[in-house]
Design a protein around this ligand. Structure first.
Ligand code: FES
Length: 117
């Protein structure tokens, strides 16, 4: 039997203050066990996993392509869409996680998976 009390949803976690996230410059943060890459652009604020799904390089060490809103992995030049986490260039084929991110006052919040206590 399923009830509201045993569902595991999401929880909002503060990543940083808005002033800690530079404009149009992907920046990595560690939030609990998650490595998250956030970019604050004119068209929105986006958050994806900072670890490449190909061979686990740190994406924040790669090149940012502002015109296509992609991050290029520093190890083998694969790319990911910062808006969706989709793999957009080989050798990457598996997307990275994309997180819901929003401002709450001056706090930048991401939604992480819920967990049981
Ligand atoms: S580790 Fe990222 S493309 Fe290979």
């Amino acid at each position: 039997m399923t009830s509201a009390s045993n569902r595991v949803g999401t929880r909002a976690v503060k990543v940083a203050s808005a002033s800690e996230i530079p404009f149009d410059e992907p920046t990595a943060f560690t939030v609990e066990e998650e490595e998250i890459l956030i970019v604050n652009r004119a068209d929105g604020i986006y958050a994806i996993d900072n670890i490449c799904t190909h061979a686990e390089a740190y994406l924040d060490m790669g090149d940012y392509h502002a015109e296509s809103c992609e991050i290029e992995c520093p190890l083998h030049d694969g790319r990911f869409c910062l808006r969706t986490g989709a793999a957009t260039a080989a050798p990457c084929v598996i997307p990275v996680k994309s997180y819901t991110v929003y401002l709450a006052g001056d706090d930048v919040m991401v939604e992480l998976p819920g967990r049981l206590l």
